[in-house]
Design a binder for this molecule. Structure first.
Ligand SMILES: [Fe+2]
Length: 178
């Protein structure tokens, strides 16, 4: 299995200051922002590349006492079959905890925690873009076609739902313009 590095999500204390820093110093641009659940804390998605909706996300979820800022690291794989096979492996492994099949509409993922409870996301792209953040479950017992149909059904009424290719072409133009 070949994993492609994709993104990490950091928990931050001062969202505005962190946002300013990553935009000023590294040239990140905001691709989306919104609350994590109804009236939840905000998450801001940042990228420098049209191929990735986000390469970094900052979530305003870190309290002063929390030692680690890392929420999760994420790797991309090419297919639902590979996400499912990782789901099966980690579900059967006693060292792993908090296994959760999750879809953000633009991705089909499995989240789990390593032996020291660092959270990992393994995902494949879905064929669609949808405004973020979004989070729902998906059923690994379904066939690939059924998974895609369920994702489409779950997100087609959400803002910006449309073909991923169109989103990436538009994102490439916007990133070049700045
Ligand atoms: Fe993620």
């Amino acid at each position: 299995m070949k994993l492609q590095w994709s993104h990490c999500v950091l928990r931050v204390r001062d969202l505005d200051a962190m946002l300013e820093f990553y935009r000023d110093i590294l040239g990140f641009q905001i691709s989306d922002r919104g609350p994590l659940g109804p009236e939840g804390p905000e998450i801001v998605f940042l990228t420098t590349a049209s191929t990735d909706h986000h390469q970094l996300a900052l979530a305003a979820t870190r309290d002063a006492s929390e030692a680690s800022s890392l929420d999760h690291v994420a790797f991309r794989v090419p297919s639902i079959a590979e996400v499912r096979s990782i789901f099966e492996v980690v579900s059967d492994d006693d060292r792993v905890s908090r296994v959760a099949p999750v879809t953000h509409g633009n991705a089909i993922s499995v989240y789990f925690s390593d032996p020291e409870e660092n959270s990992i996301e393994i995902f494949c792209d879905s064929p669609w873009h949808v405004a973020q953040p979004q989070i729902r479950g998906w059923d690994p017992r379904l066939t690939d076609e059924e998974v895609l149909a369920s994702v489409r059904e779950a997100f087609s009424d959400q803002p910006e739902f449309g073909p991923m290719d169109r989103y990436r072409a538009q994102a490439a133009k916007e990133l070049k313009a700045k």
